[in-house]
Design a protein around this ligand. Structure first.
Ligand code: GLV
Length: 359
């Protein structure tokens, strides 16, 4: 089913007007719709984005009308044929096969995500396709969730509620369920961007002693906002009491958190990842957690997603795993869908996108 802003407005007018006075309304609708750029939306996205597309009068669009199951690959390959723009989420791989299936009409790919590791940037660049994404609108939500996950992990909240509910709660005990506190700690940030800064701003009132970070190069402007010191990856591992991973997944950062990094961390350190699962070597993390090389880990992202319930990481009490919900607040997800829709419409008009990836 193709939806169009013009079609909806016209249908409303037709219901108010005697059909006898209008010759062949369906014909008019079909003619107008057939000239509008075609858009495929790969998910039932939050209402704000759909409203913007619908009311733009600029496009006709079809969507995979579910939020519970991703569009099957074969269906996607069929649906993208000849479209002018694609609005996708992070579960769709936008690679050469898909771009070939879409064909030469495709001008804009707009992803409702800040991460772009599901997009083959090289292939998009080759075809001169513009790419929109949704940074900034999710910074607050992701930073909030990261702090929540850090505290949940370091103060062992999941274990604690489990013990309370299942009879493990005996007398008050002096060292039972002790964890690690932020006061006087060193917090390390791997990949300092907007999200890393927002996390540090929220953690500072917990009386953190020092913020350190590493990145491909120093980022003095951002670092000055949180008074963070630039260090090497080795130093980050050695000094951090809490290590928060905030970098994008790229070929350079793939499995950057591995045996080598974990072996340099303190056995009292807490590792937190709300970026992408692919930055961690999960076998190495399992080893580090199960041997006490590090104290605990909180993960919002894994490989694969969903992580099968039988995965060894789920057997560990010192590993808290969330199902990729860092940006999941109603406000943020609506803002992301609106930004993705607006990026797409601007791209189709040949105007600068609000947030465009430079290819
Ligand atoms: O992980 C979420 C996103 O990339 O927006």
């Amino acid at each position: 089913m193709w939806y169009s802003g013009i079609a909806i407005r016209r249908l409303q007018q037709f219901s108010l007007t005697s059909l006898k006075t209008i010759r062949s309304p369906t014909h008019i609708l079909q003619k107008e719709m057939s000239t509008l750029p075609r858009v495929y939306v790969t998910r039932q996205i939050p209402p704000e984005g759909l409203r913007i597309l619908r009311e733009s009068g600029q496009v006709q669009f079809e969507l995979w009308d579910s939020d519970d199951v991703p569009v099957p690959r074969q269906e996607l390959l069929q649906k993208v044929k000849g479209v002018d723009a694609l609005l996708c989420v992070l579960t769709e791989k936008i690679d050469a096969e898909l771009l070939d299936a879409a064909g030469p009409n495709l001008k804009v790919v707009s992803t409702m995500s800040v991460g772009f590791d599901h997009l083959s940037l090289e292939e998009l660049k080759k075809r001169e396709i513009r790419v929109g994404y949704t940074p900034e609108v999710l910074t607050d939500a992701v930073a909030e969730l990261t702090v929540a996950l850090l505290l949940t992990t370091s103060r062992r909240l999941i274990e604690a509620t489990h013990e309370a509910k299942t009879g493990g709660w005996g007398t008050w005990r002096t060292l039972w369920l002790c964890g690690y506190e932020l006061a006087n700690s060193t917090v390390g940030i791997l990949g300092l961007g907007r999200i890393g800064v927002a996390i540090a701003e929220r953690l500072a009132p917990f009386k953190v002693k020092k913020f350190i970070y590493t990145d491909v190069a120093p980022r003095p402007e951002l670092a000055s906002l949180i008074n963070a010191e630039y260090v090497s990856l080795d130093e980050l591992a050695k000094q951090s009491d809490f290590l928060a991973v905030c970098c994008a997944l790229t070929p350079e950062t793939k499995e950057i958190c591995n045996k080598d990094l974990f072996s340099k961390m303190k056995n009292t350190s807490v590792f937190i990842n709300t970026s992408r699962g692919g930055v961690v070597n999960q076998e190495d993390l399992y080893e580090a957690l199960s041997t006490g090389q590090i104290a605990a880990a909180g993960l919002d992202v894994t490989v694969p997603e969903p992580l099968p319930p039988s995965h060894p990481l789920f057997t560990l009490k010192n590993c808290v795993i969330l199902p990729h919900i860092a940006s999941a607040s109603y406000t943020t997800r609506n803002a992301m869908s609106a930004l993705a829709a607006n990026n797409l419409l601007l791209g189709l008009r040949g105007e600068p996108l609000i947030k465009e990836l430079k290819l």
